[in-house]
Design a protein around this ligand. Structure first.
Ligand SMILES: Nc1nc2c(ncn2[C@@H]2O[C@H](COP(=O)(O)OP(=O)(O)OP(=O)(O)O)[C@@H](O)[C@H]2O)c(=O)[nH]1
Ligand SMILES: [Zn+2]
Length: 358
């Protein structure tokens, strides 16, 4: 292996660059796009972009375009032409739905129809993987400024399509209130993404279906005891059941907010304060209702030596994904705990719109 970064490592750098407001270069042959996250764009960088000349445009997902009543000629995304007087305030108002109700954006929006949108699509995928709002200011350029991270489209797409291999870092005994005989395993992905954890209760036999839970991180529910969701009681309920049976594996996956990150989840909560439900809020922000990749749950179980599971869940999508990824689900074990007046509407919405079982 050479000492220079490969596509995986370039992507990790690009995520960090975009999060601090630096542009990255997306390249496909002779075509190049300078790409900036609207969320972290500063007035200075916007002015520097203007000096380069050319015609920048704004890329948003079709979910966001739908709310704005902008035409998404490219299917899953729209390339919005910037009005002549477009400034940072305008860009932010298109990207971020926070003020949609108080100060609705007035169209009509002019969207590009011609030319390829593949690099624009890649820009949105990278922003989502950096847990930023999926809205990019892009500028086609002949030559890019020096010193920027350059991503070649084909290998970058391949990296995004593939689950990053996870490697065990360390495991140690952590006696829990629910089960004294417990170990915490830490796994680290190769792509610079978040670490994930496995809590192993007892010593489940590897050749039998293991009582397992894929738990998605929820800072508000798991740690703060938020009543807006059922995550905290589900976490403790799953551990308690594993403790009672003397064996089980709880995968704690750092996919906060169904994979959109805590900042975006709080944006979604703020929209819920304005009356939108959990699915509508994700869509207004430009996300799908669920952006998680459950393949990593299957990968972790396989790494630990399991090939079948009794899965603690109410979410059929999790079961389907585990089966597709090579873990046989021999039984669905329901996990109905923690309903309260604050989350009743949330749970009903998940049952009605996301297929969760009641
Ligand atoms: N985007 C978004 N994420 C949320 C919201 N409320 C909870 N979450 C996240 O949702 C995830 C939990 O997923 P759930 O849908 O409750 O449960 P599930 O994992 O799909 O299914 P179960 O296995 O039945 O619990 C956690 O990552 C939470 O942070 C919300 O309103 N918006
Ligand atoms: Zn939660």
């Amino acid at each position: 292996m050479s000492l220079t970064p490969d596509a995986n490592e370039q992507l990790a750098r690009a995520r960090a660059d975009l999060r601090i407001g630096l542009p990255v270069v997306l390249r496909d042959g002779a075509r190049q796009l300078l790409c900036l996250a609207v969320e972290t764009l500063s007035p200075e960088r916007m002015a520097a972009l203007a000096v380069l000349g050319g015609t920048p445009h704004l890329v948003i997902t079709s979910r966001r375009a739908e709310t704005l009543k902008a035409r998404a000629y490219d299917g899953d995304l729209a390339r919005i032409v910037l009005p002549r007087d477009a400034d940072l305030t305008w860009l932010n108002a298109v990207a971020d739905p926070a003020d949609d109700l108080r100060a609705p954006m007035k169209g009509p929006f002019n969207a590009l129809r011609d030319g390829p949108a593949d690099l624009d699509r890649l820009a949105l995928r990278i922003l989502k993987s950096a847990r930023l709002l999926p809205a990019a200011l892009v500028l086609p350029v002949a030559t890019a400024p020096e010193g920027l991270t350059v991503l070649n489209a084909q290998p970058t797409r391949h990296v995004l399509d593939t689950s990053s291999p996870l490697h065990p870092v360390i495991s140690a005994r952590v006696p829990l209130a629910a089960a004294e005989n417990s170990r915490l395993h830490v796994f680290r992905p190769e792509d610079g993404g978040e670490e994930h954890y496995a809590i192993e209760i007892g010593r489940p036999p590897r050749d039998a279906p293991v009582l397992a839970r894929l738990h998605s991180a929820c800072f508000t529910g798991d740690l703060l005891g938020s009543l807006k969701c059922d995550c905290g009681p589900q976490l403790r309920g799953a551990l308690a059941q594993m403790g009672a049976e003397g064996a089980g594996v709880l995968l704690y996956l750092n996919q906060e907010g169904r994979g959109i990150g805590l900042a975006n989840k709080m944006r979604a909560y703020s929209l819920q304060d304005q009356g939108f439900d959990t699915v509508e809020a994700n869509h207004r922000l430009g996300f799908e209702d669920d952006e998680r990749d459950f393949r990593l749950g299957a990968a972790l179980l396989q790494k630990m030596g399991f090939s079948s599971a009794r899965l603690l869940t109410n979410n059929p999508a999790k079961i389907a994904m585990m089966e597709r990824a090579g873990i046989a689900v021999t039984e669905r074990v329901p996990l109905k705990v923690g309903e309260n007046p604050h989350n009743a509407h949330y749970l009903a919405t998940k049952a009605a719109k996301s297929g969760h079982l009641l």
